[in-house]
Design a protein around this ligand. Structure first.
Ligand code: SAH
Ligand code: ZN
Ligand code: ZN
Ligand code: ZN
Ligand code: ZN
Length: 420
């Protein structure tokens, strides 16, 4: 889809020529597209680019994949193979071509219903960064949505949540929740129909399936018979908040347009799952959002396992435009309700009488600094040189512009310690 226009900035000021680069791949190694904003592109270069794009299409279209799936499920177990190298379900006629690849045999219906277990997670940090929800967190999210009365979930980059909803819907008669997955990972088109999955880029709001796919999404957002919709998204953490916010606003607008009364002044309900240190960036774009204390856990991210297991606590939180007092967090995991703040907070998060708020962001108990007039991390102390609280060990030099991720001075987003 469309590239994004970038500008280099220094000291808060734009510097030099602006350029277009790939919206989805933040690493030149994954996509080398580069074009100056004011560059004149020759016919030859344009043709070469089109040629390149034609040669880099997936081997099958979504439609073809849906047909292949239909044939696949009719096969006896002994003929159901999945090529691990190509990440593809194989029909018997194709075995030959993949004969020197590793494959899995006897693919069961259960396996087909949990593609996120079958496919390997794309861990390329800068491009896909697929971190899958731990079962406990996924279960929690789904129960929360159901208890809040939602019956439709627009799953943007949340294949595991989508999969949990799909498989329960196929197994339980009374289960009435539906989900539409929007994701850039085209491998999922092998397992879901065009009504269940759209190939989508959340950095530029691009539907690869064109107008038909857009229409699918629009239809899904239309709240028939009072079936309320919520959007849940868990973007790659290296993603540009600005680009994400712009796409999410377009999805919200799509929702708004589906209703004749325009949903009055309401916003489409949303859960944006993202690390806590992006709080101020997200609130810049969505002032109606607030951050919940719930720590979202992942399966394949060693650092992000739940605190209770003795490992490091997860920095990932839920940002939502729903009233915080409606988001009930599990007491058995130590969360409690603060009646002053009117929201659930983590066990270590103490209500500060001076700030009049439960101030901890990371789950540890924070301490109040009278000089900074706010609560700060327990490991910080006040530096009279810098005139603020910071780590004991720091160099007092300062630059004016803060990091785009954490807002602190002294480093750029690419070197932000919060991201490493
Ligand atoms: N925790 C989620 C997965 C989040 S990982 C779950 O368990 O369901 C981030 C997801 O975003 C992945 O599924 C990845 O394929 C998708 N993604 C990455 N870049 C994207 C992009 N540009 N547009 C849409 N989806 C993207
Ligand atoms: Zn293969
Ligand atoms: Zn409180
Ligand atoms: Zn305080
Ligand atoms: Zn201080």
């Amino acid at each position: 889809g469309p590239a994004l226009l970038f500008a280099k900035t220094s000291q808060g000021k734009e510097e030099g020529r602006r350029f277009y680069a790939c919206s989805a791949c933040r690493d030149r190694k994954d996509c080398n597209f580069f074009q100056w904003e004011d560059e004149k592109v020759s016919e030859t270069r344009l043709a070469a680019r089109e040629e390149y794009n034609r040669n880099h299409q997936p081997p099958f279209t979504h439609r073809q994949n849906v047909e292949r799936y239909k044939s696949f499920v009719l096969l006896p177990l002994s003929k159901r193979r999945f090529c691990q190298k190509c990440q593809q379900l194989l029909l018997p006629a194709e075995w030959e071509e993949h004969s020197d690849h590793q494959f899995l045999c006897d693919i069961t219906t259960t396996q087909l219903k949990s593609p996120s277990q079958l496919l390997y997670p794309l861990e390329n940090k800068k491009t896909n960064a697929q971190y899958l929800f731990a079962d406990r967190s996924c279960q929690f999210l789904l129960n929360l949505l159901i208890n809040l009365g939602f019956r439709r979930v627009l799953s943007v980059g949340t294949p595991r949540l989508h999969e949990m909803i799909q498989s329960r819907a196929s197994q339980e008669e009374e289960f009435s929740v539906r989900s539409l997955l929007l994701d850039i990972d085209f491998r999922y088109s092998q397992f879901y129909t065009e009504d269940e999955f759209c190939h989508y880029n959340m950095f530029n709001h691009h539907f690869f399936g064109g107008e038909a796919a857009r229409e699918t999404c629009r239809k899904f957002l239309y709240e028939e018979n009072g079936e309320r919709v919520i959007m849940v998204t868990d973007p790659p953490f290296g993603g540009l908040v600005e680009a994400l916010a712009s796409s999410f606003k377009k999805l919200m607008a799509m929702w708004k347009e589906t209703e004749e009364e325009g949903h009055d002044n309401k916003e489409m309900p949303m859960f944006w799952i993202f690390p806590y240190f992006f709080e101020s960036r997200i609130l810049d774009f969505f002032p109606s959002f607030s951050m919940m204390d719930y720590q979202v856990d992942y399966d394949n991210h060693a650092l992000y396992k739940h605190g209770k297991t003795g490992r490091r606590q997860s920095p990932v939180r839920i940002f939502t435009n729903l009233a915080p007092n409606m988001i009930v967090l599990p007491e058995e995991e130590g969360y409690r309700f603060c009646s002053v703040c009117q929201r659930y907070v983590s066990s270590g998060n103490q209500h500060c009488e001076i700030c009049n708020s439960c101030t901890s962001k990371d789950g540890r108990q924070w301490k109040h600094c009278v000089l900074c007039k706010k609560c700060v991390k327990p490991s910080w102390s006040h530096c009279n040189n810098c005139n603020c609280c910071t780590l004991q060990k720091h160099s007092c030099e300062k630059t004016d512009v803060g990091c785009f991720v954490c807002g602190k001075a002294g480093h750029k987003r690419s070197a932000c310690p919060s991201l490493s």
